[in-house]
Write a protein that binds this ligand. Structure first.
Ligand SMILES: *[C@@H]1O[C@H](CO)[C@@H](O)[C@H](O)[C@H]1NC(C)=O
Ligand SMILES: *[C@@H]1O[C@H](CO)[C@@H](O)[C@H](O)[C@H]1NC(C)=O
Ligand SMILES: *[C@@H]1O[C@H](CO)[C@@H](O)[C@H](O)[C@H]1NC(C)=O
Length: 317
């Protein structure tokens, strides 16, 4: 299941005394799939169905850009031309938003046109900074299937003494998508590479049979201390279909993903909370850090569990 959360976003408010003022709130007409904040400006961007919103830090709308529906067909290769047999008006599920600070742009990947991405101006998302639908399969990033979840994180990739801007993507299996579970997407043209092309070939996490069998459901991606982490659930590839939650890790800038490792997270008695729904990275408070203290207090992953009212914590140990 994709993250079909309600189409409303609440901003947490920490008040010294009583919290009588209403929390800022912003509602959209369509479902919100993904949210990202620019830490420099405080702006919040919402990836909804057929629209991307630009809000200020108090959740007041600055801009909205309409990204769908558009004429598309799963069978056709973009750009959709006269030769495409039966294009239909298709919703654009905006699945992935990332702030590309160095470029002043927002990376936006939707479900239209094989999951192509574009770059929009961070201070005015109506202005398209980059879009090219003619570069072929290597530039398809997200999934055309509404329910396939996609997560990503900005990073850099060392090449010939340069640090190239890239983003890493974790994506579940969609029957008509590329079969890459994890990919590294470049954000500039560089030699033979074009913007959004996958620049790492690593069979261990990109092979078709592997992805199909395990029903990966990505929930979160983040960076910490030179590593990139993905949080997801998947089955063990057997027939029972039971899901387990994993955190996987690889070194930032590992050009072959040789450092890729996975660790299962068991939550609750008998692993009752076996499927991760959402996650947030925070520093542990004193109590949470206590049983796991090993020298310094480290970043702790907090794993939210769907309908369970109180947040539970998981730690890889
Ligand atoms: C975004 O828009 C601002 C204001 O119009 C402009 O100054 C800036 O150069 C634009 N950035 C990009 C990446 O196009
Ligand atoms: C942002 O990136 C795009 C795609 O690589 C490029 O065309 C554009 O010139 C860049 N703009 C800036 C301001 O770096
Ligand atoms: C495990 O998760 C997948 C997708 O996230 C779902 O299709 C499947 O039904 C789940 N299995 C069980 C037993 O709930």
């Amino acid at each position: 299941m994709a993250r079909w959360t309600q189409a409303a976003l609440l901003l947490m408010c920490f008040c010294a005394g009583s919290c009588e003022d209403a929390l800022p709130e912003f509602a959209t007409e369509t479902v919100i799939n993904t949210v990202v904040q620019d830490s420099q400006t405080g702006r919040v961007y919402l990836g909804a169905v057929n629209a991307v919103y630009q809000l200020d830090s108090a959740l007041v709308q600055e801009r909205v850009t309409i990204t769908g529906p558009k004429r598309d067909s799963r069978q056709c290769t973009p750009p959709i031309s006269q030769t495409c047999a039966d294009p239909k008006l298709t919703d654009n599920v905006n699945k992935l938003l990332l702030v590309h600070e160095a470029n002043g742009s927002l990376v936006v990947c939707g479900s239209l046109f094989k999951g192509l991405c574009s770059l929009l101006n961070l201070s005015n998302i109506d202005e398209q900074v980059y879009y090219n639908d003619a570069k072929g399969e290597k530039t398809y990033v997200a999934s055309i299937e509404e329910t396939v979840s996609v997560v990503g994180v900005m990073s850099t990739f060392p090449k010939n003494g340069e640090q190239l801007s890239v983003f890493l993507v974790g994506k579940g299996y969609g029957s008509q998508d590329s079969a890459k579970l994890v990919s590294t997407r470049i954000l500039q043209d560089y030699r033979d590479w074009v913007v959004f092309e996958n620049i790492v070939e690593a069979s261990a996490v990109q092979a078709n049979p592997f992805v199909l069998k395990f029903l990966h459901n990505f929930r979160h991606a983040f960076k910490d201390d030179g590593f990139v982490y993905f949080l997801f659930s998947r089955t063990r590839g057997g027939t029972d279909n039971k899901n387990f939650t994993f955190v996987s890790r690889l070194c930032e800038g590992d050009p072959h993903y040789y450092s890729y490792t996975e660790l299962q997270l068991n939550c609750g008695p008998g692993n009752a909370y076996n499927k991760v729904r959402s996650a947030y990275v925070a520093s542990p408070g004193e109590e949470l850090a206590q049983p796991h203290r090993r020298g310094d207090a480290r970043t702790r992953l907090v794993q939210g569990q769907g309908a369970v009212p109180r947040t539970r914590s998981c730690s890889p140990c």
